[in-house]
Design a protein around this ligand. Structure first.
Ligand code: SF4
Length: 798
């Protein structure tokens, strides 16, 4: 069956019901340009989705050297042919007339066109000068979750290896840092334990701060098909908004819990309290496979439902009911995303989800798993390749033997790789730029001038005269406007490389068409820079030693040998031969990959093997090797307890509400791509604000009124939607910036309002707990915010 539905109106398409233990039926979704039929397509080129983390496998339709559509791949374990709205329509952004097609360089205060040599020579000259005068710490890299594994590995080798700077992070800090941190705290190593295939078996699916219906619509289709089949699962939803997931949870006989933002840890402790009090604990599993049980039991004993209900602003009875569903589940799948990750005490709360599955013995079996989800398509690669604060191959920064092992793979001296302190996280990097110690920042494939918190501060940091700013991207953005050099990049469909999705499935994404103008693959740009800098390995040979995507992948795979993310069984050719993507580890022992980690109770947590010794849950201070060896000598899973602390910024008389920011199914990140796709842009053309009927009435506002949302940092104007969000909470989508509305004078981006603060463990910024006020703007006062029909937001999509 091939399905070319209107995916704006019908986001998830028709149902293909299935029962527990059955395989998910295929349904092939396709969208071709108007007037093009399947018979017109000259080539189908293999890839996976770019505009979320699900990793939907698809083919690009090519005709006359142009992309003319996409089609899902029926045989792939991830999506069985299905595609979501951004998959089906997003490819059209590639052909936008305003792509960056030539390098730009700042001259006399203006960006002017130049050739590649001029642009690269300027970057190389600046880098050499800074290395000579200030050393490696003057240079920083801020990358993305949207490049390929080969590109991150190369960037990590250049930054951490050849230059030797500690300042490298990804915008994954904003979206998946807590996934990595929570896994490192519980399993001493990153790596997704579960699989999407667990949906096929689960009898309870619990989604913690995870609006999967909008963030991973194809994964939600899988859940919807289980709900429509025999013996459907019950759902638990934790979200202050009344989303599709929340409604489905209630309809399934499960529970929707809508805690106040910033209280997730208290809620999780309350749920665990009930599970322990009712002895829904798998003591044999806990005894054999974990450490930390006594401390966890004592901690959660302090959180009876009545106390938790007062903290979270929800019913104690609902906590008990939800705990009963979780406690009696035979096959429990737990998923987590931004509602927990971008919150106060993000890591401590997400770790309690791991604890829930661990004390219930719900891990490593079909249907029993944990999915600490990602936001971006290749966030997993950013982490495993070491282009963020992690070390390549999930090695341990605090273990000299691991650093030496990486140095051996790179053929560099160990002293070239900085490892005296943990790598600098993004929020700290921007602080160093503000203070002036970082003097050059190279941004690739991300738009911090819209996505980071407290934008007035970020603009002033990026706009400093003394900062040399390089921005490599596919479109002009709010960040390229501030750059000294702009490099035009190729994107998905125009270059070859590998993606790894949120459940470890590796897909090859092949080049289908030529990039526009002089745009170049990010890998080629990084390698050009390396040659320009004349980096050498310890034998005097050019570094990095690889020269294209297949050789970069081969170097990456070789460097993972024996590590938890072992890619040694994969190559571009192997991936080309397989009908489906392959979940790592994939090696001689597991040639077809590995569906679930920790199936046999063996963790990657032995002291000399683990990626992390853990951190203090309150301060974030890293533990020493000796602390870790004393706690976990046998390398078991770790039950880490967490004490609830109130958010730093509580509602006040002036700012009585709590602002959370989030996303819609139709847009990705700062809309640089999806805002250029007619279907997606028309579906959600303008920022809006959501509040409850009661809060609207108190502010004197009605549906569609123009509202001003303010915090201590600034004010934003948006049309009001009255939805089922809980009382006291405002919701703003964060996608909207200024590139397509220049007159908005910094009153449109949700991050004008968010705060410079982060979770102490993962360093992920807080986007969910800003104290805010809501007021009516008299009509006519701001002609810039039009009333536009839109399908986005939970109220409008039924
Ligand atoms: S929108 Fe946020 S969560 Fe989604 S990919 Fe971008 S940074 Fe991650």
């Amino acid at each position: 069956m091939t399905n070319d539905r209107n995916a704006i109106a019908d986001i998830w398409g028709g149902r293909t019901p299935y029962g527990p233990g059955e395989s998910w039926p295929a349904r092939v979704d396709m969208h071709l340009a108007e007037g093009v039929t399947e018979a017109d397509v000259q080539r189908w080129v293999r890839t996976a989705s770019l505009l979320h983390s699900n990793g939907d496998a698809m083919d690009i339709a090519v005709r006359d050297g142009k992309i003319v559509g996409v089609r899902g791949r029926a045989d792939d374990i991830v999506n069985r042919g299905r595609l979501g709205p951004k998959d089906l329509y997003g490819w059209q952004a590639n052909a936008s007339p305003d792509r960056l097609t030539q390098p730009l360089i700042r001259q006399g205060g203006r960006l002017v066109r130049c050739d590649w040599d001029t642009a690269m020579n300027r970057i190389v000259a600046q880098s050499k000068d800074l290395l000579g005068t200030h050393g490696p710490s003057a240079i920083a890299f801020y990358t993305s979750g949207q490049l390929f594994a080969e590109e991150y590995f190369t960037l990590a080798a250049i930054g951490h290896g050849a230059i030797g700077t500690n300042h490298m992070d990804g915008n994954t800090r904003l979206c998946t840092a807590t996934a990595a941190a929570a896994l490192k705290e519980s399993f001493a190593c990153d790596g997704q334990p579960g699989s999407y295939l667990d949906v096929d078996h689960a009898d309870v699916i619990a989604m913690f701060g995870h609006n999967v219906a909008e963030t991973q619509p194809v994964l939600w289709m899988r859940v919807l098909d289980r709900l429509a089949g025999s013996q459907p699962p019950r759902l638990i939803c934790v979200d202050p908004r009344d989303t599709h997931v929340a409604r489905a949870a209630r309809d399934s006989g499960g529970v929707h819990l809508a805690p106040l933002p910033g209280t997730n840890l208290a809620l999780m402790n309350g749920l665990l309290h009930e599970i322990v009090a009712n002895d829904w604990v798998d003591h044999a599993y806990v005894q054999a496979n974990t450490v930390g049980w006594a401390e966890l039991r004592e901690r959660v004993a302090e959180y009876p439902p009545d106390r938790v209900a007062r903290i979270c602003g929800i019913d104690a009875a609902a906590i008990r009911t939800a705990a009963g569903v979780l406690g009696k589940a035979q096959r429990l799948l737990s998923t987590v995303l931004q509602g927990f990750y971008q919150s106060h005490q993000a890591s401590a709360a997400s770790v309690q989800v791991n604890n829930l599955n661990l004390i219930r013995g719900q891990l490593g079996r079909p249907g029993a798993g944990i999915l600490q989800m990602n936001g971006q398509p290749t966030a997993e690669n950013t982490r495993e390749c070491g282009a963020d604060g992690d070390m390549s191959g999930f090695r341990n920064w605090s273990n000299d033997a691991h650093v030496a092992d990486l140095a051996k793979h790179w053929n560099l001296e160990i002293k070239q790789i900085p490892h005296m302190t943990p790598p600098t996280h993004a929020m700290q990097m921007f602080r160093y730029i503000e203070q002036g110690s970082i003097k050059m920042l190279w941004v690739s494939a991300t738009n911090p001038a819209v996505s980071l918190p407290e934008l007035a501060r970020i603009r002033s940091i990026l706009g400093q005269e003394r900062l040399f700013l390089v921005v490599q991207d596919i479109f002009p953005t709010e960040t390229t406007e501030l750059a000294d050099v702009v490099l035009p990049a190729a994107t998905w469909g125009e270059k070859t490389g590998c993606f790894t999705n949120a459940c470890r499935v590796v897909h090859l994404s092949e080049r289908a068409v030529e990039p526009p103008g002089e745009a170049r693959a990010d890998l080629d740009i990084f390698l050009d820079y390396a040659r320009g800098m004349d980096f050498r390995d310890k034998d005097g040979k050019p570094f990095p030693a690889w020269h294209d995507a297949p050789s970069a992948f081969a170097a990456w795979a070789a460097s993972t040998q024996g590590r938890p993310c072992d890619y040694t069984g994969l190559s571009h050719d192997v991936l080309r031969e397989r009908v489906s993507g392959v979940p790592w580890p994939c090696n001689a022992e597991h040639p077809d990959g590995t569906e679930r980690l920790y199936a046999d109770g063996k963790f990657s947590a032995a002291p000399d093997y683990c990626e992390s010794y853990g951190r203090d849950m309150v301060t974030g201070a890293p533990f020493e090797a000796s602390d870790y060896k004393a706690l976990n000598p046998d390398g078991k899973a770790i039950l880490r307890a967490g004490e609830y602390l109130p958010p730093h910024e509580a509602p006040s008389g002036e700012y009585p509400l709590v602002l959370i920011t989030g996303r819609t199914v139709y847009h990705f990140h700062t809309r640089t791509k999806t805002g250029r796709v007619a279907e997606l842009q028309q579906a959600a053309p303008e920022i809006w604000v959501e509040c409850s009927a009661g809060d609207a009435r108190r502010a004197g506002l009605a549906e569609g009124d123009l509202a001003e949302i303010s915090t201590a940092r600034g004010a934003v104007r948006a049309r009001l939607r009255i939805t089922g969000v809980r009382n006291g909470v405002l919701f703003l989508p964060f996608h909207y910036g200024y590139w397509d509305r220049p007159g908005a004078e910094h009153s449109r981006a949700a991050n004008e309002l968010t705060q410079t603060d982060w979770d102490p463990v993962s360093k992920q910024p807080l986007y969910k707990t800003a104290a805010a006020a809501l007021a009516k703007v008299p009509e006519g006062a701001d002609p810039v915010v039009p009333v536009q029909p839109t399908r986005a937001s939970t109220g409008a999509m039924q």
